[in-house]
Ligand binder design. Structure first.
Ligand code: COA
Length: 260
């Protein structure tokens, strides 16, 4: 599928989705959100794709936020719809994908940009990256899950301070907070993410999807994460991957997972 605002490529089991509006620092307008939804859905459904990496084009920004020019004159109802639609189409959608998703944060990740990064399963940043949720400086709050996911990742006090001050933290502070897992040089960012992806790809994709669901269950209201884990654990025993993984171990060879 061809897109106006993103580039989506698949190579050796890794889908790389690049947000491509560098003149607007890759800000997320509605069309980009719709295109990202389609690209993530397509990559998730593609059996050849084992890991998805999302990044921004250019050397300056991952995503500098939701596109402010699109919502500056919105009403209360339109504001609610913007957040609800965005959460459903992109942010919650990514978090619940079966395919592991890595955010390669290559510069500014502000507002909706950091929220996009936080919706991914984990994050790696380049050393020039700057992150923050500056929405209160515009008279609004984060609406794409930022008030929920930032405290989950860095703790309530740090999230309160970062949101209230509308401040930005650099890559090393984000590493120290646990907001990103690794920091690399800018030109090493994608190769590094691909290296992690290749480690993930050696393992059972069935088990990895089950692990994503079980981990996410801990963060869903009214869902017992331990019960989800028991269910998902049990289901793994019915997979061909489990038969292959255990047989390969007992036969002292590398597993060749069929992904079923
Ligand atoms: N929405 C819409 N346009 C944006 C944008 C956003 N979130 N962030 C940047 N842009 C646009 C700018 O308007 C500018 O467009 P123009 O050249 O047509 O005027 C272009 O991207 C470059 O940005 P600029 O501000 O000139 O770059 P800078 O290096 O001086 O500053 C930032 C970089 C990231 C500090 C600054 O762009 C910024 O504060 N952006 C908004 C961040 C924000 O509040 N995000 C949360 C939104 S909810």
């Amino acid at each position: 599928m061809s897109y106006n605002n993103i580039i989506s490529k698949e190579n050796n089991g890794i889908a790389t989705i690049t947000i491509n509006r560098p003149k607007k620092l890759n800000a997320l307008n509605k069309e980009t959100i719709n295109e990202l939804h389609e690209a993530f859905k397509e990559a998730d459904l593609d059996k050849n794709t084992k890991v998805i990496i999302v990044t921004g084009s250019g050397e300056k920004a991952f995503v500098a936020g939701a596109d402010i020019s699109e919502f500056a004159d919105y009403s209360i109802e339109e504001g609610k719809m913007l957040a609800a639609k965005g959460q459903e189409l992109l942010f919650n959608f990514i978090e619940n994908l079966s395919t592991p998703t890595i955010a390669a944060i290559n510069g500014f990740a502000l507002g909706g940009g950091l929220e996009l990064g936080m919706a991914c399963h984990f994050r790696v940043a380049s050393d020039n990256a700057k992150m923050g949720l500056p929405e209160v400086s515009l008279g609004v709050i984060p609406g794409y899950g930022g008030t929920q996911r930032l405290p989950q990742l860095v703790g309530k006090g740090r999230a309160m301070e970062l949101i209230m001050t509308a401040g930005m933290i650099d890559a090393n502070a984000a590493l120290n907070y646990g907001l990103v897992n690794h920091v690399t040089a800018l030109d090493e960012l994608l190769p590094f993410c691909e290296k992690i992806a290749s480690k993930i790809m050696r393992n059972s994709s069935v088990a990895i999807s089950a692990a994503i669901r079980a981990i996410n269950a801990n963060f869903k209201d009214g869902v017992d994460g331990f019960a989800t884990e028991i269910q998902e654990f049990g289901n793994c025993f019915g997979s061909e991957d489990f038969a292959e993984g255990t047989t390969a171990f007992l036969e002292k060879r590398k597993a060749d997972f069929p992904g079923r």
